[in-house]
Design a protein around this ligand. Structure first.
Ligand code: ZN
Length: 85
């Protein structure tokens, strides 16, 4: 199991903004991956789906937005395990 932090690619400033909560994914890759890539052709689990449709605040522009495009929501491993797992 690897813990991931969700990040959204911001349309306003182009930076990545973090999402919460962090999510545990069994058999996930030890690298950055978008939800669209990870769950291509599969159902997105509920605990990952909560990362979608969130109110995201952009500190650079002061705007708030929702990101529903799964290809723009990235998962970064926080506790990658060596040798797989
Ligand atoms: Zn931004």
């Amino acid at each position: 199991m690897i813990t991931y932090r969700g990040y959204v690619s911001c349309d306003f400033c182009g930076e990545l903004h973090s999402l919460s909560p962090s999510v545990l994914i069994k058999g996930g890759p030890a690298k950055r991956i978008s939800i669209a890539e990870l769950y291509s052709g599969r159902d997105v689990p509920t605990d990952v789906a909560v990362l979608q449709n969130q109110q995201i605040f952009c500190p650079a522009t002061g705007k708030t937005f929702c990101e529903t495009d799964r290809s723009k929501i990235y998962l970064f491993p926080i506790y990658p395990l060596k040798g797989g797992g």
